[in-house]
Design a protein around this ligand. Sequence first.
Ligand code: KG4
Ligand code: ZN
Length: 342
Amino acid sequence: MDKEKDILILAIESSCDETAAAVVKNGREVLSNVIFSQIDLHTIYGGVVPEIASRKHIEKINQVIEEALSRAGVELCSMDAVAVTYGPGLVGALLVGVSEAKAISFATGIPLIGVHHIEGHISANFIENKDLEPPFICLVASGGHSHLVVVKDYGEYEIIGRTRDDAAGEAFDKVARAIGLGYPGGPKIDRISKEGNPDAIHFPRARVDENEYDFSFSGLKSAVLNYLNACRMKGEEVNTADVAASFQKAVVEVLVEHSLHAVRAYGYDKFAIAGGVASNSSLRAAFEAECRKRKIAFYHPSPVLCTDNAAMIGAAAYYEFRKGVRSGLDLNAVPNLKLGER
Ligand code: KG4
Ligand code: ZN
């Protein structure tokens, strides 16, 4: 029997502050993964400035795509599809990737596939875990989202829990700013927490009564701010590492407890994490230990595939491609695109 033809996808991601392009073979083999991070540009403002992000994407996108093709050793004309994140994200930033992908598709005739950013994050798990197949439960924790998702099949999702206020990454970023660590907060809190005592301060773990799988992080963020203010008023010195470690422990405990409760209640034996916060070392260690105890297979992407990248978009696009999904040249950026919508 003939071997099935390899499917090569050029993927583009520009939804926030990373200009990224990748070439992915058959959904799980990354031939190149080029990421231009704009973090240094936004750090001085304490967060992502949308207008600066869009302008930088325009400046960098062609170069990043050319590099992705050349590192993969392939020509544009040998691509089977060009995939692009079309939402959710910053509208101006998304539009750069979407316009670029449409221009490539129009000029070459290569089919276009619009990909949901969160579907990309979830699919990052397929790249290094060749044995992972749906169904499984995935915790997606990024700067903009904290979702508990049942991955029923490729491209088929049911969101069973979400944050009522701040996303987990947003809480990391806001607390980091309050304790003077700067942007982006997640990696900085992760690092400094290693020198702190996670039991030094007890911060609240919020429960959402109406849905046991939902999250809420704004109360925790306020508790940290109140603690810092109280210290200042009393003239007490703040131990930044202790605050960071105690805050991180509170976030990790809630994410682990809600996720594993869902895995048990839904009767799955596989669990995955995704999104920028999934690169947190304490979160990964906690899930590793708890899943081992409960005999749940635990999957996670490498840190570089947790934060925004285009390889994950190529992985997600492959399964859409196989289902026959194609986007028209009327594809538009959808800043608040819901998971599972087209
Ligand atoms: O997935 P991502 O790169 O972009 C979004 O789609 O939002 O996630 C970025 C978020 C930021 O809030 C960042 O602070 C957080 O992920 N993050 C981390 C870590 N690395 C990135 N949070 C906790 N620990 C980390 N090591
Ligand atoms: Zn993301």
